[in-house]
Write a protein that binds this ligand. Sequence first.
Ligand code: FEO
Length: 398
Amino acid sequence: MQIPIKLTDKIFYVGVNDRRTALFENLLPIEKGVAYNSYLIDDERVALIDTVHIGQIDKFLKKIEAIIGSRPIDYLIINHVEPDHAGSVKIISKLYPNIKLVGNKKTLGMIEGYFGIKENVIEVKEAETLTFGHNSLQFFTIPMVHWPESMVAHNKENKILFSSDAFGSFGTLDGGIFDDEMDFFTFEEEMRRYYANIVGKYGNPVQKAFEKLSPLEIKMIASSHGPILRKHIDEVFSWYNKWSRYETDEGVVIAFASMYGNTEEMAEAIARKLAEEGIKSIKIYDVSKTHSSYIISDIFRYKGLILGSPTYSNELHPNMEALVSRLSHIGIKNHYVGVFGSCTWAGAAVKKLNEFAANVGCELIGEPVEEKQALKEEKYNACRNLGLAMADRLKKSE
Ligand code: FEO
């Protein structure tokens, strides 16, 4: 027995929670789980908007059957082919053999590639509308938010935007499905971590999507992950707008690798000076302890970034190398960057961190500091000077 969850009289939530998967995309830790949201329009014709990860298919089918019983589904709208949403397309197609798969040209190419399905498909063009009775959906592509085929569907009758990955978040829906049924702001951190790591590279496409969707009337946003928004749409729009413009708050992330504590001691010296200079938001992360996705999320939040590493086999420490590699892929912008490190016989890490800062086009702040063996007075003071230079630059920042 399931009591259906209604967005409107004829539109239902049929998404599921996943509390078992440890790594999203087999990469990003999801301690708070994730919701795969899907929606069902039960009108004169039945339309399902996206499916769920294949591991959740049983729960998903029960929710659908609780609403439509043995009636068939006429359309499956595929807003995004990534398998957390399209993973059950093949099973749904077998269970409902007359179902029509709806997508744009790129979607349908991927559906053929992933599932070998090329019959019973409907290609929709930009801004085309499908009507199911009293409800319709109009489709708009939002390329690279998150894949090239990504698409949203707008239900003009109820002013609902089915936004796919856009405006999504990690975290399960624990009873509350709508943002006004929960302490919504607890989702902000996980929404930013989701954005920074999944869509963060694509700030310009996000801005283009905003432009394209701005004429639409929107009273509810039903994304593919996280809460359905009907109270806090303006706040989430402003967060997305800020993140996609790479705008940041005053504060500093100090991320370090340290084998035996010497580089960590340098990080502490820099942080102390920042605090003495009045910088209140300072986050120190050991890259061997904290997953890079959390560090990257805070880097999207704060303007200052200070990276430290020991030299390891004439390279960066491997965990710092992994972090700067991710940051290079994402292409962080508009940051002030400082660098420091230590070595035992020959230094290479600080040079490589300098190269990283130059390559991503960020402004290098202060003098790089590299200590040999234990931290001594001269380099301790150089660390404090680096903290001072970063604090001064942040305070002068517009
Ligand atoms: Fe939630 Fe890009 O998939």
